[in-house]
Design a protein around this ligand. Structure first.
Ligand code: ADP
Ligand code: TRP
Length: 332
């Protein structure tokens, strides 16, 4: 399928504005890069390491798929699928696990962070660690290597996982000859880190997020909660250090941004600045929100799109898995 860009999102939380600006938008831009094919997927089996409530898991999984589609992912152009619909990945997962040293998994950061937390609270070092979490990097390597992926757009926290995928691929290639392509990660260095309600990085771990598809009334309420200083309306304000301005910049036109900067310098009340922010954000979100709600109320449409995507995915993975199996001599 040519040079491949691949990324997955695990359904473990509600998508917020930071996820959109930092991950989804850049991935959608990459998806139309000439000369490349993109494969984007819902990493549901990665989500299962964390979410053990079936109804919540179902909602979150559909939510990720509907978010991509509502924001403009074209399933005709991108191979768009649910990870669990492509069993070849899980066969490869096992094969790769036989070439992955346990020590490599001990060094993976999510596992290491759990061990550290347990040590600090004097619990058994593996308390709360399931084997899914422990093997997480191997499944991610299977996701990536199964498609001969060249570029993996990810957040900084996932860089180590792409490096692990390279390591595992190298071990296999060394043993059986060139088989897997060594993937490269692409982190979005140039995209803004969106501030949340309290001015810190917007993150579900800080409980300071604005969910992407919040209803307008709630959206306005949340925007009104953004922390500001106590400068009076007429006082000049510094746009560069204002979370409201940073958010505004992501959704307004260039002219609007210039005008807002002027207003900051000559004095604008925080109330008015927040109103303006709501207007540009809501203008952008209106259409995708409608599409999102529509999709979420007819999940069978999402299923159909994902099923077709999985078929396309399997037409790539099945022949490659056969090749891999015959190399190690598993009967095919
Ligand atoms: P969270 O911090 O809410 O747990 P994740 O770690 O699941 O979010 O992030 C998923 C993706 O969204 C990553 O690629 C990450 O870089 C991006 N992202 C998350 N929060 C922000 C933010 N505030 N600004 C820009 N990008 C973000
Ligand atoms: N681990 C990634 C995350 O937490 C999600 C993911 C699973 C992924 N498989 C992948 C990302 C393959 C890129 C490529 O964000």
């Amino acid at each position: 399928m040519g040079r491949t860009i691949l990324t997955g999102i695990k359904p473990t939380g509600q998508i917020h504005l930071g996820n959109y600006i930092g991950a989804i938008k850049p991935a959608l831009d990459l998806a139309v890069l000439p000369g490349y094919k993109s494969a984007y997927f819902v990493a549901d089996y990665h989500g299962l390491t964390q979410i053990h409530n079936a109804e919540e898991f179902r909602q979150l999984s559909y939510g990720i798929a509907a978010t991509w589609l509502a924001l403009g992912l074209d399933p005709e152009k991108v191979v768009f699928y649910r990870q669990s619909d492509v069993p070849d990945i899980f066969e490869l997962n096992w094969i790769l696990s036989c070439f992955s040293s346990k020590g490599l998994m001990n060094r993976a950061h999510a596992y290491k962070a759990s061990v550290e937390r347990n040590k600090n609270s004097e619990k058994d070092q593996d308390f709360g660690v399931n084997m899914g979490l422990y093997n997480y990097p191997i499944l991610m390597a299977a996701d990536i290597l199964m498609f001969k992926t060249e570029v993996v757009p990810v957040g900084k926290d996932q860089v180590q996982h792409v490096e692990i995928a390279r390591d595992i691929a190298e071990v296999f290639n060394h043993t059986y000859g060139e088989t897997f392509l060594l993937p490269e990660y692409k982190i979005q260095e140039d995209t803004a880190v969106l501030p949340g309600l309290d001015g810190r990085k917007m993150s579900k771990s800080y409980n300071n997020t604005i969910p992407l598809f919040e209803e307008p009334k709630k959206l306005l309420k949340l925007i009104n909660k953004i922390k500001t200083d106590s400068l009076p309306p007429e006082a000049p304000k510094d746009p560069e250090h204002s979370p409201i301005f940073m958010l505004y910049k992501e959704f307004a036109s260039e002219i609007e941004v210039e005008q807002m900067k002027e207003q900051y310098l000559t004095g604008i009340s925080w109330g008015d600045a927040k109103k303006e922010l709501f207007n540009v954000m809501n203008r952008f979100l209106e259409e995708p929100r409608e599409k999102y709600n529509e999709l979420m109320s007819s999940p069978e449409k999402i299923d159909e799109i994902l099923r077709e995507g999985a078929e396309k995915a399997r037409s790539i993975t099945t022949p490659f898995l056969k090749e891999i199996k015959s190399k190690v001599w598993i009967y095919v």
